[in-house]
Write a protein that binds this ligand. Structure first.
Ligand code: 4NP
Length: 168
C-alpha cells in the first residue's frame, strides 16, 4: 500500500511548518500509522536551509511533548509536487508562492492547512518569528486543532488506512 505523503509549508521552515510536522507526526504515531502516512516540511524561502527549527519553536513544542530536534530547514521544490499528496501552506502568502510553482497536472491537494481545523477561528497560522512567546503558543494551538482535522479527513477518504489505525 502506497503511503499518503503530506508536506507542511511556511516561509522559513524553522517555526510553523516544523511545528506542524512534529505535531502531525505525533498524531500519526499515536494511531500507529507511521508506515501509511509520511510527513515532511519545507519553506518557500531558502533563508534557513540546513538549520534546526527556531529554539523558541523547539522549546514550546517540547513543553507539549513534541520533538522537533531531528528536523532541518529545506526549501520547497517542483519535485515536491510529484512526491506529495497534500501540500499544505500555513498562510495565504505561502499558498500563493506554491501556486506559482505548481506544475500543470498536479493531482494532489494544495491548500491552507487550517482549512482542516474544525474550529476555523483562523485560516492562517500567524508568523511568530518577530513576536513574543504567546505567538508560539498560538501556533501550537492552531496546529494541534488542524492536525486532528487533517488526520480525520485522511482516514475518512482512505478506508484502507482507517482499517490499520489503532483506536485512541
Ligand atoms: P516560519 O517563520 O515561516 O514559520 O518558519 C519565519 C522564520 C524566519 C523568517 C520569517 C518567518 N525570517 O524572516 O527569517
Amino acid at each position: 500500500m502506497k503511503p499518503i505523503q503530506v508536506l507542511m509549508v511556511c516561509l522559513g521552515n524553522i517555526c510553523r511548518s516544523p511545528t506542524a510536522q512534529g505535531v502531525f507526526e505525533a498524531r500519526i504515531q499515536q494511531r500507529q500509522l507511521a508506515e501509511h502516512i509520511l510527513v515532511d516540511s519545507a519553506g518557500t524561502s531558502g533563508w534557513h536551509i540546513g538549520e534546526l527549527p527556531d529554539a523558541r519553536s523547539r522549546k514550546a513544542a517540547q513543553r507539549r511533548g513534541y520533538d522537533l530536534s531531528q528536523q532541518r530547514g529545506r526549501q520547497v521544490t517542483v519535485q515536491d509536487f510529484h512526491d506529495f499528496d497534500y501540500i499544505l501552506a500555513m498562510d495565504r502568502q505561502n499558498l500563493q508562492a506554491l501556486k506559482a510553482i505548481c506544475p500543470d497536472g498536479f493531482s494532489g491537494h494544495l491548500g491552507l492547512f487550517l482549512e482542516f481545523s474544525r474550529k476555523q477561528s483562523y485560516l492562517e497560522v500567524p508568523d511568530p518569528y518577530h513576536g513574543g512567546s504567546e505567538g508560539f503558543e498560538l501556533v501550537l494551538d492552531l496546529i494541534e486543532e488542524a492536525a486532528d482535522g487533517l488526520l480525520a479527513d485522511i482516514l475518512e477518504k482512505h478506508p484502507e488506512i482507517r482499517a490499520q489505525a489503532r483506536n485512541s
